[in-house]
Design a protein around this ligand. Sequence first.
Ligand code: GDP
Ligand code: MG
Length: 166
Amino acid sequence: RSGFVALIGRPNVGKSTLMNYLVGQKIAIMSDKPQTTRNKIRGVYTDERGQIVFLDTPGIHKPHSKLGELLVQTAQNALDEVDLVLFLVDAAEGMGPGDRFIMENLKKVKTPVFLVVNKIDQVHPDDLLPLIDQYRRLFSFKEVVPISALQGNNTSTLLELILKEL
Ligand code: GDP
Ligand code: MG
């Protein structure tokens, strides 16, 4: 199995940390080099089951700037071209306007979306389900995967579900 997976989420939710954990520090550094394509490569994960190319889609991440319709449209088109979208959120911070902005725009995207609830090491287990319900009320996610990118909790389940989807 192989395919393209877009990693989206507001700043500081742990996108780089997840990439570093999954594909290693060396490749994640690539993400800071300027690239001309709409979808820039953040990292490539390979094992005996297949290959996952993780992409960063600029334009859908900036809810506080005055985004032109064109920029949002470009980001949406880019997300339509990938096989799967991972929407990362911060369990410790909870849902914010940045998260809602992204979910609003995801409604026009046809690609399946996983909700990846990161930083579960920072929340009480009892608080996790209500938070997930809050997200689920606003968007129909194909899968919901709670993880800790920092500690690696549940990241193997995430990889399994991604590979199953490709
Ligand atoms: P990005 O802006 O989405 O790329 O977020 P980063 O990967 O740079 O992470 C932002 C901050 O959150 C950093 O200080 C990370 O160490 C921290 N962080 C990321 N994932 C986790 C996690 O699973 N648990 C905890 N406790 N901190 C995390
Ligand atoms: Mg980052």
